[in-house]
Design a protein around this ligand. Structure first.
Ligand code: SAH
Ligand code: DHB
Ligand code: MG
Length: 220
């Protein structure tokens, strides 16, 4: 088998379903120009997020981990005109780039970017009795994935879809590990599998990015 078959098929899927406009392509270029890691979702994964947001008719979306906003733009572009993505980011320099990108992608009006520690912001959202979200994308630092998920559950309603990125990590979840990211997602996957408030599963993701996985949970 051609070892590039997954990347080739990803290009094929992208050409059919997930074409990027110039403003999305520019975000990927900007990440390199700023010496930042290419840790955004792929275009095909961005389109998967849109499909899942459509499945729950999402008007209010929560994203944990904005980075420079590539996934946020895909999510915003799934929304009706009166929808909102609330996106949480710790690093001010990432948030500054994200703001620029939201403007060049013409989605600023659809995004509420909040800068700070996501756990604290989520806690505050609960205290403030913010309206529940229809769709949640968890993609920030991996060690507190369980805590992000439990906080997201508290901000959900029956039918809310919660997707968590990078839960397979090239198969490193199969073995005991000293990597805090691997340990974080192992703990998350176990917790998710035992949680009775959701019906959940993991799909492996292959393509232009390294082998990984997304956990998909629907709140009962
Ligand atoms: N969702 C983005 C990629 C996110 S990368 C995309 O696909 O385009 C993970 C981001 O989480 C990084 O920008 C990192 O700064 C941020 N992050 C790390 N720890 C965080 C925390 N405690 N609270 C909020 N964001 C955090
Ligand atoms: C990592 C984080 C991500 O969100 C991602 O999509 C890929 C890798 C990481 O921290 O290794
Ligand atoms: Mg990710």
């Amino acid at each position: 088998m051609n070892e590039n078959i997954y990347a080739q098929c990803d290009d094929y899927i992208q050409d059919l379903f997930a074409e990027e406009d110039q403003s999305l392509k520019d975000i990927i270029k900007q990440i390199d120009e700023n010496g930042l890691p290419q840790q955004s979702v792929s275009a095909v994964q961005g389109k998967l997020l849109q499909v899942m947001a459509a499945a729950c008719n999402a008007k209010r979306i929560l994203e944990v981990g904005t980075f420079v906003g590539y996934s946020t733009v895909w999510l915003a572009r799934s929304l009706p005109a009166d929808g909102k993505v609330v996106s949480l980011e710790l690093e001010e320099n990432h948030a500054a780039l994200a703001r620029k990108n939201f403007a060049s992608c013409n989605v600023s009006h659809l995004i509420d970017l909040r800068v700070g520690n996501a756990l604290k912001i989520l806690q505050k959202m609960k205290e403030d009795n913010e309206a529940p979200f229809d769709f949640v994308f968890i993609d920030a630092d991996k060690p507190p994935y369980v805590e992000y998920f439990l906080a997201a559950l508290e901000l959900s309603r029956p039918g809310t879809i919660i997707i968590s990125d990078n839960v397979i990590r090239e198969g490193n979840v199969l073995q005991e590990s000293t990597d805090e990211k691997v340990i974080g997602v192992q703990r998350f996957n176990k917790t998710l599998s035992e949680n009775t408030r959701v019906v959940a599963n993991i799909i492996q993701t292959v393509g232009s990015k390294t082998h990984d996985g997304m956990a998909i949970a629907v709140v009962k």
